[in-house]
Design a protein around this ligand. Structure first.
Ligand code: HAM
Length: 421
């Protein structure tokens, strides 16, 4: 019997890898323009890190973590998200100290044991960013506007930026109480999960996808009504800065997020193109997290985008870029011998070159050139050899030109430059 990939994980095959690389390259460039430095943290951590940051009562910690004991009985979890690990590393290596601003970004696999469906996987990839050191609303606006720019650069349209404020440790308890008072009258309408959430973390009820719970919570009080003066001023400033920066956004008083570390500004970039999985990126402020994890009191804010969801949203008209510059198609033993030398010359010059290694018809070699995404084919038959030329075929326009075989490397280089400019 064939062994298949584990349920809920997906292979990213060579034919779609260009989308991933495109998203990674554009994100890297954008993040570095905004002063973020790359950090690579482990794929697994002590389970306690996630309990103390994401929250014991969050769905992620309660139901979705891949947790195991190692051979010494130590509790380890595969990371379900990146923020906790980055904060842990920042504290451990003294990378952050207020008031200086420190910014980090990361790319990599995350693991959650969720019910798999379109756009929702058990191993998925995030690009995330975290900025530490400022409580100011400028940073919130800067991060959201950076995401807006990134979407634009990737050609991803039809998304909406939704924002909310969850308040701080001073005003959240009041909101929690107001919500509990309201939900207390609707308990018999809630699902069993939400009845439990009502006790331990009532905000979570607003995030439930069950239609009955959604209906029951339709008129639930919104966090905004309980914000303290400084949270309100902060949120108003974030909105003003976004408006000044020309970033469109929508206020969503029900945006509560599934992780417990958030304070004040939270945001999501949503789309209606991906069915139920409508968030392509999300984040927010977490001013208490560094301290909660044993560091000094340093505010932070960040986001993560889902690579699978972004790749699915790239414009359909985007063309797969050429993977190979030239595919040599030799015909006959002598041509194959010359092709071997020519391949070496081309590759040494920095040209991405590939060839056929066995005798095959010209037709099947051209098919192969197309399949691997070659910009040009270089045909070398007996006739070309006798005349000392290489027949260069533009795979897109099908226009053919002859170049002298002894100048082939330079001539191919010139042609490739033309394609790239
Ligand atoms: P999150 O909302 O859990 O936030 O995930 C961020 C993004 O990751 C989502 O908007 C979605 O695009 C993608 N994502 C999440 N779960 C899955 C899944 N099962 N399959 C495919 N894609 C998924 C966080 O992870 C926070 N750490 C973000 C953050 C950083 N907040 C502050 N800093």
């Amino acid at each position: 019997m064939k062994i298949r990939a584990v349920t809920g994980v997906k292979d990213i095959l060579p034919e779609e890898i260009w989308k991933w690389r495109f998203i990674e390259e554009v994100s890297r460039k954008t993040l570095e323009e905004y002063g973020f430095a790359e950090i690579r943290v482990p794929l697994f951590e002590y389970t306690e890190l996630f309990l103390r940051s994401i929250g014991q009562t969050s769905d992620i910690v309660e139901k979705e973590m891949y947790t195991f004991e190692d051979s010494k009985g130590v509790n380890i979890s595969l990371r379900p998200e990146g923020t906790a690990g980055v904060v842990r590393a920042c504290i451990e290596h003294n990378l952050i100290s207020a008031p200086s601003m420190e910014k980090f970004y990361y790319m990599g696999a995350m693991f959650r044991h969720e019910r798999p469906q379109k756009g929702r996987y058990r191993q998925f990839f995030q690009i995330g960013a975290e900025a530490f050191g400022s409580e100011g609303p400028q940073v919130d606006a800067e991060i959201i506007s950076m995401l807006h720019l990134l979407m634009d650069r990737l050609g991803i349209r039809d998304t909406v930026i939704e924002i909310n404020s969850l308040g701080c440790s001073a005003c959240r308890p009041e909101y929690r109480k107001a919500l509990k008072d309201f939900l207390g009258t609707k308990l018999d309408l809630l699902c069993s999960d939400c009845r439990r959430r009502y006790e331990v973390n009532p905000l979570r009820v607003l995030d439930c996808k069950n239609p009955a719970c959604k209906d029951a919570a339709v008129n639930a009080p919104q966090g905004m009504t309980c914000l303290c003066g400084s949270c309100m001023t902060h949120f108003e400033s974030v909105k003003e800065f976004l408006t000044e920066l020309g970033v469109p956004f929508k206020f969503n008083g029900r945006l509560v997020r599934g992780l417990d570390y958030y304070t004040r500004t939270t945001f999501e970039i949503t789309t209606d193109k991906l069915g139920a999985q409508n968030a392509v990126a999300a984040g927010g402020r977490y001013d208490g997290l560094v301290e909660d994890l044993g560091g000094t009191s340093i505010p932070g804010i960040g986001f993560a985008l889902g690579m699978e969801r972004m790749a699915a949203l790239l414009p359909e008209e985007m063309q797969r870029p050429n993977r190979i510059d030239i595919y040599l198609a030799p015909l006959g033993a002598e041509a194959r011998r010359r092709a071997l030398l020519l391949l070496h010359g081309l590759r040494s010059r920095g040209i991405r070159a590939e060839s056929e290694y066995q005798e095959r018809s010209l037709k099947s070699q051209m098919r192969q050139a197309d399949k691997i995404g070659a910009a040009f084919a270089g045909i070398l038959g007996e006739n070309e050899l006798a005349r000392g030329v290489l027949l260069l075929r533009d795979m897109q326009s099908k226009v053919q030109t002859e170049v002298p075989l002894d100048q082939a490397v330079e001539k191919v280089w010139e042609q490739i430059l033309k394609v790239h400019t």
